[in-house]
Design a protein around this ligand. Sequence first.
Ligand code: UVW
Length: 329
Amino acid sequence: MASLTDFRRLADEVRNWGRWGAADELGTLNFITPDKVTQAAGLVRHGRVFPLGVDFGSSGPQGAFKFRQNPVHVMTVDGGDAATLAEYGPKWLRNSVGHELSGFFADNPFRFNDDMIIMPLQAATQWDALSHVYYEDKLYNGFPADSVTSLGAYHLGIEKVDSKGITSRGVLLDLVRHRGADTFLEAGNPITPDELDEVIKRQGVEVGRGDVLLIHTGWWARFEEAGDGSEPYSGLDWTCAKWLHEREIAAVAADNLMVEDPASGVEGTFLPMHMLCLRDMGLMLGEYWNLTALAADCAADHVYEFQLVAPPLSVVGAVGSPLNPIAIK
Ligand code: UVW
């Protein structure tokens, strides 16, 4: 088990503060250049499309943390409203909504349905914005932690990365097949930097500056099979932060709930890799990405690189965003 001193030493090594200027709010997304985006587009060869978002609804994985719930989907206008208002008229629902809807439905064939969703932005497939995690009162690039208030994140809100898309070359690292696991990586065996090197060698793929790495651990497949959102698993060891830093990776996503291994590896800390990636390096993390079909395709054709298109919603001041990322081969 590493000490906080070890953690601080590594944090000093990987910290990117000031690297792209004092006002930078993009972090390692700066590694994605126009050339990189062009290279990524060139990876589309067959037109095979893989949506990597999970279903947003009541059957989601939330419940492990009491402060997060599954998305709640609510109909706000439907055919029943039209039928009832047509029959009883606006006086039945004596409020402005009833009057308004009666106006739409009366004496004409036009009908419509409307709905809304209520959800924590961290509930399903998501990006963690750089404002999601901090320590010792500082966010990425030294921005003050109290710049995130009940009004939202003044610095490093998810909308700040809008200019990047986010799109780049995606590379899938399949730890499930590498370990010969049945479905997913059982808990208690964190993925180390050396193991990442072994996977890259085995897959015959290179990773480098500006890539977005997708780590297939099989957790999502296991969740679909067993329905347990709190199922323990193995994820990236915290020391992988240095490996990502050295290779100038733009962002990392996984098919589990936290990307990193739930066993901290650093005395007295929770999620040390989150702290290093989001706060020190400025590297965004994606969670609950469904990599099952993409991993199967990569194993079949031995091509582990693709164009990745993964724009967050531009929710102003939000510390994360749901999305439906797409890999195209
Ligand atoms: C926390 O950091 C608390 O959660 P997540 O794994 O969603 O980033």
